[in-house]
Ligand binder design. Structure first.
Ligand code: GLN
Length: 663
């Protein structure tokens, strides 16, 4: 008998141990002995502790979540848009977040995209602009980039909700029988799931980005006090209906004082020679909003010039929004002025009053009558920093032009974060940034002219620096190689990102190491594979059949060599964390051939294999600034803290400009 007990106990122990091993998911070598990155690469997410869907995190009911929000005095600010898309709803929503930060609140954000894609990962940059990548590997809408930059936080993939995601979660629940035989419907099942998602995101702590780019970060673990919810698209769109209905119901549940609506609209100017600010489009969009059961508390009106008082009064009459709560968001010299412009129009005090925020509230005053109660916020370090930022954008010491050689040059938003990161570095070095977009196909040697298109090449040569950003597909790859060859041989400061870094390795292999058929496996058909040398290879653990979420994604650690430029640029940090999104990587078998010739692989990953090449450089004696990164440094650049690799590029250009002046 005791023996049986012993046997049972040891079986139980074995089972528990087995589970524990499974739970920690020990890295398993792939066929060639390398480790799968997701398994072996232990890193803590900067953006909150967990990366599972809110609905999976805890099984709290909607009622419990509502109660929790009310008890915690957490507030929801919903930003909607009318008239047309692309009028700056994202910037408006993020700027409101800056105001709350200045008022001393912890802020988080949720972007709702009513499209059916589960995430933005499979969307073409031509169609939808860039895919923004988060620490946790979430491939999201580019507006998440605005939030991270403005709020100085790291968000999680839950902060981007799409119709695809919500339906996926509802259908999964239905499949496992969680609806107990009920007919599953848009209302109440989908609308409840949306409300639960909003409330979960609103209470999930976010990480503040205080010491970014390193392994240190500031995770205070405290829940947010404010959640900005941006509803994508334009009110009235068919696909946003379930979200609108869910938000309407949510306001009923959490109460008027805990949730307000800011509607962003357009006031066009028409007529000549006497022009007039036209209110009708805004009137109509507010009417649509009200028909859907939502009532705007604030109107943010985009336009060229400040809204005239008579126009505000007219809008107020037709929309029932008090005229003080109609905010003029006219064109300004740079986006850092947007929160300041809102502040001048007393928006923080009105928001505080409308949402009964205890620190700023003035009892017994209507929210649109409240005097400026936010003096403290105005003097906050955040507003001081933003004022300095906005002023320095307007007072540059010199101009500089960066060539951006890529294939999505017609779609301005495709490189949004790269442009922002360059802008942050330009501001920090007091330079006015110009970007020369050059389609890489135009730099390819063509059969007709036997050489590269001269006008594009001339444009490249007139630039002070070159950035070759990330990309997919073979079109224009040879043009990128040509651009990099030009930058290398003509000493033009160069930063290659992801595909740009891979192209730099291929260029060096072809033109310095004499490997004429060096290429990337991404662009060679399997039939022709033997005729090429794969300097860049498909990652062994990659998935060639499923596209969504199967790349090497998110924040990973890189170890920098102490004698490298990158190590200096990152403030002499050996370990850095940057975000990734790629399927191909440098073939480690070639490193020993290229390194002695001068291409230094100064950054490597910390997966157990230690074989992923993350950063390449040329010696500074050979080239003033030639750096390539497998990761995307643009995603962690912040206005107050430019990413070191962009800063290094712009600092080098500044130095060259100053040297030229002093000659
Ligand atoms: N296409 C390349 C890869 O998958 C580069 C990707 C990128 O630039 N983001 O590895």
């Amino acid at each position: 008998m005791p023996c049986n007990i012993c046997l049972l106990l040891s079986l139980l122990l074995f089972h528990l141990l087995w589970q524990a091993i499974g739970a920690t998911s020990s890295p398993s070598p792939t066929s060639n002995g390398r480790l799968r990155p997701c398994e072996g690469n232990a890193f803590r997410l900067r953006g909150g502790e967990s990366s599972t869907a809110p609905s999976e995190q805890e099984d709290e009911s909607l009622d419990e979540l509502v109660e929790e929000l009310i008890a915690s005095n957490r507030k929801l600010v919903v930003v909607t848009g009318g008239v047309l898309s692309g009028i700056g709803k994202g910037v408006t929503a993020s700027s409101i977040g800056v105001l709350f930060r200045a008022m001393g609140y912890r802020v988080t954000a949720l972007k709702i995209d009513p499209y059916l894609n589960v995430d933005a990962g499979t969307m073409s940059p031509f169609e939808h602009g860039e895919v923004f990548v988060l620490d946790d590997g979430g491939e999201t809408d580019l507006d998440l980039g605005n939030y991270e930059r403005f709020l100085s936080v790291c968000l999680t993939k839950q902060s981007n909700l799409s119709t695809g995601k919500i339906y996926q979660s509802v259908i999964e629940k239905e499949r496992v029988g969680k609806y107990l035989g009920k007919t599953v419907q848009v209302v109440p099942h989908v609308s409840d799931a949306i409300q639960e998602w909003v409330l979960q995101v609103a209470k999930t702590p976010v990480t503040h980005f205080s010491t970014q780019h390193t392994e240190e970060y500031h995770y205070h673990g405290k829940q947010p006090e404010i959640c900005i919810v941006e509803l994508g698209g334009t009110l009235g769109d068919i696909e946003s209906m379930p979200f609108v209905e869910a938000l309407r119901q949510l306001q009923e549940k959490v109460g008027y004082k805990n949730m307000c609506f800011v509607h962003v609209s357009l006031v066009p100017v028409l007529g000549s020679p006497i022009s007039e600010q036209k209110t009708k489009p805004t009137q109509h969009s507010v009417k649509v909003m009200m028909q859907l059961g939502l009532r705007p508390d604030f109107l943010c009106c985009r336009g060229k010039e400040p809204l005239e008082p008579s126009v505000k009064r007219k809008l107020s009459l037709f929309t029932s929004v008090p005229d003080q709560a109609i905010i003029s968001l006219h064109d300004v010299s740079n986006i850092y002025r947007v929160p300041l412009m809102m502040m001048e129009q007393n928006l923080p005090s009105m928001l505080a009053q409308r949402l009964r925020l205890p620190k700023y509230r003035k009892k017994g005053v209507a929210y649109d009558q409240v005097p400026d109660t936010c003096q403290l916020a105005k003097r906050s370090s955040i507003i001081r920093e933003w004022t300095v930022l906005a002023d320095s954008v307007d007072a540059p010491e010199n101009d500089c032009t960066i060539a951006m050689v890529g294939k999505y040059c017609d779609q301005g938003d495709a490189y949004l974060s790269v442009i922002k990161a360059l802008t942050h570095a330009a501001i920090a070095t007091k330079q006015k940034l110009h970007i020369e977009f050059i389609d890489s196909s135009d730099l390819e040697p063509t059969a007709d002219d036997g050489g590269v298109s001269s006008s594009s090449k001339d444009r490249l040569l007139r630039c002070d620096g070159l950035v070759v950003p990330g990309g997919f597909g073979s079109r224009g790859f040879e043009g990128k190689i040509e651009a990099i060859r030009t930058a290398r041989t003509r000493q033009i400061p160069f930063l290659g990102i992801c595909l740009g870094m891979q192209a730099a390795v291929v260029e060096f292999a072809r033109n310095i190491a004499g490997i004429a058929n060096a290429h990337s496996a991404e662009f060679v058909d399997t039939e022709n594979a033997s005729s090429h040398e794969d300097l860049i290879m498909f990652m062994p653990e990659g998935d060639r059949t499923r596209m969504g979420g199967t790349m090497r994604l998110g924040a990973r650690e890189t170890i920098l060599r102490r004698d490298s430029l990158a190590y200096q640029l990152y403030g002499q940090k050996e370990k850095i964390m940057e975000r990734h999104r790629h399927r191909y990587e440098v073939n480690p078998d070639w490193v020993n051939t290229l390194e002695p010739l001068g291409l230094h692989f100064v950054g490597k990953n910390t997966d157990a294999s230690g074989e992923r090449m993350e950063v390449v450089e040329l010696d500074r004696e050979v080239h003033p600034y030639f750096v390539g990164a497998q990761f995307h440094p643009e995603f962690t650049s912040r206005p107050e803290k430019p990413n070191p690799l962009f800063l290094g590029l712009l600092q080098q250009i500044k130095k060259q400009k100053q040297d030229a002046q002093n000659k």
